[in-house]
Design a protein around this ligand. Structure first.
Ligand SMILES: C=C(O[C@@H]1C=C(C(=O)O)C=C[C@H]1O)C(=O)O
Length: 379
């Protein structure tokens, strides 16, 4: 590089640093304004997440970006990231309490990760929350006395037994709810032991979400839904979307969404391990999609094996679903072994047709994700 080039670059980079610093100050200003909006909404009992406002704002900013020669997607990406920050900061002010005269909330399994998360959200909404974990059963009667909600969030394998053995003496008007990732069996057990309101919930996210905004909570009704309507409203105030489902339909979907998904990820990791793959070497050659795939596989093995064993073993029917997959894998392998390109392409087209409009939609979604993965690289 000549001296002149170096000098020119330095001058321009100083200017860029100045602009980035201005951006920082603008971000500070925006975060402060959002905090003020948060306080107003909190006062009025409104959820922070306002999808209509977001859609209108994004459309307007995209238009304005285009008018001055900026890619609309650039401003959309930036604003979406900023809006995520807005939800995270909502925890600082707490949430509106929908039901003020509830009495205690007892979280059975309150020391687990999901139990702690729900305990925190309920406490931030003004409820009195007590945790009942493994070593607290001697005090259980005192804890249940005056409880308005008992929320069960213990490992799937012991959920039904625990409900039947330990929760048959709750106050009559108390709501009995659970957060288990299967729904039919726990709801049946809750209905059996409790004559008051019963509801099954399944948060479709892990305990590491920063905020409930845009997350989904599945609700399977048990009994006396008017009595627990406030709880669903409360969850909506936290920003989540409530999706109502029949317990059986939900459980069937979970065979694919959870058991099959996690099992395939497990086998993927098992295969890498048994093949003795040199990960460092592989990562050097990884394309963004492969990096993303490895991240999804690797993250499983950074978590609790008991949790995944619970999920995969929770429904016997899942084994059939997985076994069908194995059958399709074997069939597809035969096509490849026979070097039958025509059949491969024919099947590819069939599946592509079957996906329909969702295929191009997924292509667009994944493009943004892959670009983010690439952005995370530092060299
Ligand atoms: C700040 C608000 O709350 C949320 C955050 C937004 C933002 O960061 O711009 C926009 C809409 C809401 O989801 C608002 O409603 O204006």
């Amino acid at each position: 590089m000549t001296e002149k080039t170096t000098e020119e670059l330095e001058q321009l980079r100083d200017l860029i640093d100045g602009v980035d610093q201005q951006l920082l100050h603008l971000l500070r200003k925006r975060l402060d304004l959002v905090a003020q909006v948060g306080a107003v909404k909190h006062g009025a009992g409104l959820p922070i997440y306002a999808p209509e406002r977001e859609a209108a704002m994004l459309a307007k900013r995209r238009e304005e970006a285009e008018a001055i020669g900026i890619q609309p997607q650039l401003i959309e990406d930036v604003l979406r990231r900023l809006m995520r920050e807005s939800y995270l900061n909502e925890k600082d002010v707490g949430f509106k309490q929908v039901r003020e005269d509830l009495g205690k909330v007892v979280i059975v399994g309150g020391d687990g990760q999901l139990g702690r998360l729900f305990g925190q959200m309920l406490a931030l909404s003004g409820y009195q929350v007590v945790s009942l974990d493994k070593d607290d059963w001697q005090q259980a009667d005192a804890m249940f006395d005056g409880a308005g909600l008992v929320l069960v969030t213990v490992p799937i394998g012991i959920t039904c037994e625990l409900i039947r053995e330990k929760l048959s003496n709750l106050p009559n008007d108390c709501i009995l709810a659970d957060l288990t990732s299967i729904k039919s069996a726990p709801i049946e057990a809750m209905m059996e032991v409790h004559s008051g309101p019963v509801v099954g919930l399944h948060p479709m996210f892990g305990p590491d979400v920063g905020s409930f905004a845009k997350q989904v909570v599945v609700v399977c009704h048990g009994r006396d839904s008017d009595q627990y309507q406030w709880l669903l409203e409360q969850i909506k105030i936290w920003g989540a979307r409530i999706v109502e489902a029949e317990a059986e339909r939900h459980d069937k979907a979970m065979q694919l969404v959870q058991a099959m998904r996690h099992f395939c990820t497990f086998v993927y990791g098992l295969n890498l391990c048994r093949e003795g793959v040199d990960m460092e070497n592989l990562l050097q050659f990884s394309s963004p999609i492969y990096r993303l795939e490895l991240a999804m596989v690797g993250r499983l093995f950074a978590q609790n094996p008991e949790l995944y064993a619970d999920i995969i073993f929770s429904q016997r029917e899942s084994f059939n679903v997985i076994s069908n997959y194995l059958g399709n894998f074997a069939d597809a392998l035969k096509v490849i072994e026979a070097e039958d390109r025509d059949t491969f392409i024919k099947q590819f087209n069939e599946v592509s047709q079957w996906f329909g409009e969702l295929a191009p939609q997924f292509r667009n979604e994944s493009r943004a994700m892959l670009q983010s993965v690439n952005d995370l690289k530092s060299h």
